[in-house]
Design a protein around this ligand. Structure first.
Ligand code: ADP
Length: 466
């Protein structure tokens, strides 16, 4: 079976931390190496330059032979044998060489240098080179070559074995550091990765719980990073919303079932009575059936209308609608209904309130709100209808002194098919307010509701003015 690395976020995170750590360690190692190499070589170069100038000064003050003698004595006292000095003629012939140089293969290198120096003879010029002189040993030499007299060259070399030793020591130290730190780093990176992704795992667990039907499961928001806390909070509010929607849906299905049940039961009873022969008045039977069918159709059509309004179908954003005229007409239309319950309608309607949109749906929206106010208000009360326009919005307020709506039902009355318990005895489908809200929203507006149980309700329609 082919081996595959785990494709988890924690593994990737841990691997990234380890890779970053190793890269930094190697980079540090490399930079230290380069710095030490440069520093030691430059110190050696300074030594070589000093030596060259020292012998040149000696030559200025003394004869050539005496200078060679000084060099010889210096070389004899250099017991470590890390240095060599050669004096060469312009064609590379050896004039003087220290003992050690005899074993070194310097010819190829020297010829190259001398060729260069002969082309540009320059008293002050010093050529530096690093070469490996003993092939079987890792012993490098730093060599400086300069003009000594007009016909001769001086060549001084110094072994770089100290540098080799330092480099070896460094490699050793870094290997030990690497080995001793690798295990804690592996552990630490695993810990960090595990800790960082803990919140994500918790959210994922919660999602699985909710998927398997436990809608009450929530992520415990702990003291974690801001991102994970935000994720947990957003996830929890999403879960709350899902639970709410599921509840609304269940409620809606219950309401639909309840509302469809009555006309269907009625139709069934009429049909049964006709079959069993207890009812022979076929005309009344047909009329009754028709009435129940109309109720069902009305119900279905109202549902479709809400869906259309929700989708914003039929709204013409360039069509000007006279809200003042619609409100006045609605008040006139509902006056008879209000009179039947001896409800007084107080109106304060500002002229010239215009909005863009669909005339018919706005008419139905306003009618629904006024109709509800009359329907749910007790007799001998008052309804106040006020239409005002400010800079950008038109506000239509309908206040009644009806039973009011409890605070836990305030948001729900706008849900489709929702009816407050105390209204179930009254005619209605529970679609009027959801239709009104869908129309207001599809016109860029909103409906708000303030209500106090036992005192009354105030519905406000806010629409963008034109
Ligand atoms: P319905 O056909 O039942 O009137 P709506 O969607 O218009 O449906 O209203 C939903 C519910 O909101 C109503 O059943 C009623 O309980 C409540 N409601 C609406 N308007 C008022 C009001 N003015 N006063 C009290 N309750 C109201």
């Amino acid at each position: 079976m082919k081996f595959r690395f785990p494709n988890t976020l924690s593994f990737r995170l841990a691997a990234s931390i380890v890779i970053i750590f190793l890269s930094f360690l190697l980079l540090t190692f490399y930079i230290t190496f380069v710095i030490i190499d440069i520093r030691i070589k430059s110190e050696i170069d300074n030594d070589l330059v000093e030596d060259i100038y020292f012998y040149k000064n000696t030559l200025n003050q003394d004869s050539f032979d005496n200078t060679i003698e000084v060099i010889r004595q210096d070389m004899q006292s250099n017991l470590s044998g890390d240095e060599f000095i050669r004096i060469l003629g312009s064609n590379g012939q050896l004039i003087y060489t220290s003992e050690r140089t005899r074993h070194l293969k310097l010819d190829n290198y020297t010829n190259d240098i001398l060729n260069k120096m002969n082309v540009i003879p320059e008293q002050q010029l010093i050529y530096f080179n690093t070469i490996q002189l003993l092939p079987n040993q890792e012993n490098e030499f730093r060599i400086a070559t300069a003009q000594f007299t007009p016909d001769t060259f001086i060549q001084i070399g110094e072994s770089l074995h100290n540098l080799e030793e330092v480099k070896e020591l460094l490699t050793h130290s870094f290997t030990i550091i690497l080995i001793t730190m690798l295990i804690p780093v592996l552990f630490l990176s695993w810990f960090i990765a595990n800790h960082t992704t803990k919140g994500i795992r918790e959210v994922s667990n919660a999602a699985n719980e909710i998927k398997s039907g436990n809608l009450n499961f929530r992520v415990i928001v702990k003291d974690q990073s801001d991102e994970i806390q935000n994720l947990s909070t957003t996830f929890n509010s999403m879960a709350d919303r899902i639970r709410e929607l599921m509840k609304e849906m269940r409620e809606m299905i219950d309401n639909i079932a309840h509302d469809l049940k009555s006309p269907l039961t009625r139709i069934r009873m009429i049909a049964e009575a006709t079959i069993t022969g207890t009812n022979n008045d076929y005309k009344t039977t047909a009329e009754d059936t028709l009435e129940q069918c109309d109720k069902l159709l009305q119900y279905i059509n109202a549902t479709l209308d809400v869906a259309e309004a929700d989708a914003g179908i039929g709204i013409n954003q360039t069509n000007k609608v006279d809200i003042t005229e619609i409100t006045n007409d609605a008040c006139e239309l509902f006056q008879t209904l209000a009179d039947e319950k001896n409800i007084k309608m107080d109106t304060d309607i500002q002229p010239g309130c215009l909005a863009y949109g669909n005339n018919q749906s706005i008419q139905r929206m306003i009618a629904n709100i006024i109709d509800n106010a009359i329907k749910y208000s007790p007799a001998d009360t008052k309804i106040i209808i006020k239409l005002v326009k400010d800079n950008n919005y038109i506000h239509l307020t309908v206040s009644d002194s009806g039973p009011g709506i409890s605070s836990n039902e305030l948001g729900r009355v706008f849900n489709r098919f929702y009816r407050c318990d105390n209204s179930r005895t009254k005619e209605g489908s529970g679609l009027g307010l959801s239709y009104a809200r869908a129309v207001a929203r599809s016109h860029g507006g909103e409906i708000t509701l303030d209500s106090i149980v036992g005192q009354g309700s105030t519905f406000t329609i806010n629409l963008p003015a034109c």
